[in-house]
Design a protein around this ligand. Structure first.
Ligand SMILES: Nc1nc2c(ncn2[C@@H]2O[C@H](COP(=O)(O)OP(=O)(O)O)[C@@H](O)[C@H]2O)c(=O)[nH]1
Ligand SMILES: [Mg+2]
Length: 452
């Protein structure tokens, strides 16, 4: 890490970060969703993509219709077109006999296989799992429509109904059947419906799907996957958090905006752009929230409230300024860093004084701001998941209220800043090489992992 920066300079690191992000966005990932007609493939694919079957204009797969075409059909994730779910016919039907199946579906194309069934799995499914294992690709068995099983069991045995017991019975049944096929694999019990995406094994399946990918591809999948489910939000949070030091170092390298009247430079646009990316990643950018609002009849204001600043603003720029501590004036912000008490804050604070040091100030402020805002957006994304879940199950009613107007970026935010009290820096006018501080801190924070 240190060597890399010494050799190429911080600007080069910026190129590297941007390239890596672009690579993540464009790395193709193909997930095969296999099963016979009616088991819930289209519904499952829609739910993974965060779509309701009625979201036709956003490319939701038609559900419940008799399939006219049996050809493999790709469905791109609306938030990342490189993540593709393939709707594939089950093995061993008249049109898809075992002998030609792999060829017919272009078996090599897929990164992993999900076999869906609404009853038991067959020896044909076992054959497919073995073929996948031979080429070291993962294969998952997914039993769909457990919501229906549970409902009918409850209807049949209302007094003695026990959800756990019913699920156990279904699993037991499948495992017994597995033994006959010579299989031993985990089975996920799910309902494919969008409003069940957080129930039963759906979150576990999703996490498993992510977790078992090779590290190199895992980052791509996590970035690409729609943020439905707290597991995915948590994974995304960890991934985004890891990158903060590198982005913060970048802010030290690139052009900062000196704030008039104060001697602090901060790369506001970098923070704003990161926030936009975080919101997209967590599925809480404005278009996403508008869709959630319409799909689940939730007032937009109830969703926006989760991200708003103390002043009630929700634009990425307002969030950036709040995270940078500007609402209390820059002095409060610097004090905040001191209270944070880290050596990072201390080493960089003493360097204030001349233009040469603005790099390290910018690193520190950006580093803390990004961490703070990332945490806030993660929490908001989780809360919004809860709200959507409660709304979709009728557990939460929304009273009519005037929707907030989403304030777009505009105007001179710096006009609201208070001038900095320079007594904060008295006697601390040391000449320090800001780049070496940034490099030291970067090395300490990142270790030698993750980056070249
Ligand atoms: N209750 C319930 N219905 C489901 C589930 N999965 C699919 N369905 C319904 O089953 C029917 C067939 O689903 P579809 O996704 O079109 O199956 P496909 O032929 O495999 O693509 C539709 O009416 C779906 O709404 C599920 O997990 N629970
Ligand atoms: Mg279908």
């Amino acid at each position: 890490m240190r060597e890399y920066i010494r050799q190429h300079g911080l600007a080069k690191l910026g190129e590297y970060m941007a390239e890596e992000e672009a690579k993540l966005r464009s790395m193709p990932l193909n997930i095969a969703v296999i099963g016979n007609s009616g088991v819930g493939k289209s519904t499952f694919i829609n739910t993974m993509r965060g779509l309701h079957p009625s979201d036709i204009e956003r490319g939701a797969a038609a559900v419940g219709v008799v399939q006219t075409t049996l050809d493999p059909t790709p469905y791109k994730d609306p938030s990342s077109p490189n993540l593709v779910y393939w709707d594939l016919p089950g093995v061993g039907t008249l049109q898809y006999p075992i002998g030609t199946y792999k060829e017919q579906i272009s078996f090599d194309r897929y990164d992993c296989f999900l076999i869906l069934s609404q009853s038991r799995f067959t020896t044909n499914d076992a054959w497919l799992a073995t073929e996948a294992e031979n080429v070291r690709k993962n294969c998952y068995f997914t039993r769909t429509k457990v919501d229906i099983d549970l409902a009918s069991e409850q209807e049949d045995y209302p007094s003695g109904f026990n959800e756990e017991a019913v699920l156990k019975k279904i699993i037991g049944n499948i495992k017994a059947n597995f033994r006959l096929c010579g299989l031993d694999a985990p089975v996920f019990l799910i309902s494919c419906k969008l409003n069940h995406k957080s129930r039963w094994d759906f979150p576990a399946l999703r996490a498993r799907l992510l977790g078992e990918f090779p590290i190199s591809k895992r980052a791509a999948i996590i970035s690409a996957m729609t943020a439905t489910g707290k597991e995915v939000i948590a994974l995304k949070y960890e991934l985004l958090k890891k990158k903060i030091p590198a982005w913060a170092a970048l802010s030290g390298a690139a052009g900062m905006v000196p704030i008039p009247g104060v001697e602090v430079a901060a790369d506001i646009s970098l923070v704003v752009n990161r926030i936009k990316y975080y919101m997209e990643q967590f599925g809480i950018d404005l278009p996403c929230m508008e869709r959630l609002s319409t799909t689940f009849s939730i007032p937009l204001s109830a969703l926006l409230r989760e991200i708003e600043t103390e002043k009630g603003e929700t634009s990425p720029r307002a969030l950036a300024l709040e995270a940078l501590g500007f609402k209390k004036g820059v002095r409060g912000f610097l004090k905040g860093l001191e209270i944070a008490g880290s050596t990072l804050a201390k080493t960089t604070l003493i360097t204030i004084g001349g233009p040469a040091i603005s790099g390290s100030i910018s690193f520190t402020s950006t580093y803390f701001a990004l961490n703070k805002v990332l945490r806030k957006l993660r929490d908001a994304a989780e809360k919004i998941q809860d709200i959507v879940w409660e709304a979709s199950t009728g557990r939460r009613q929304f009273t009519e209220e005037a929707d907030h107007v989403h304030s777009e970026d505009e105007g001179e935010e710096i006009a609201t800043l208070q001038p900095l009290d320079t007594t904060v820096y008295e006697g601390q006018n040391n000449e320090v090489d800001s780049e070496s501080i940034v490099v030291d801190e970067m090395t300490r924070l990142l270790g030698d992992s993750d980056l070249p």
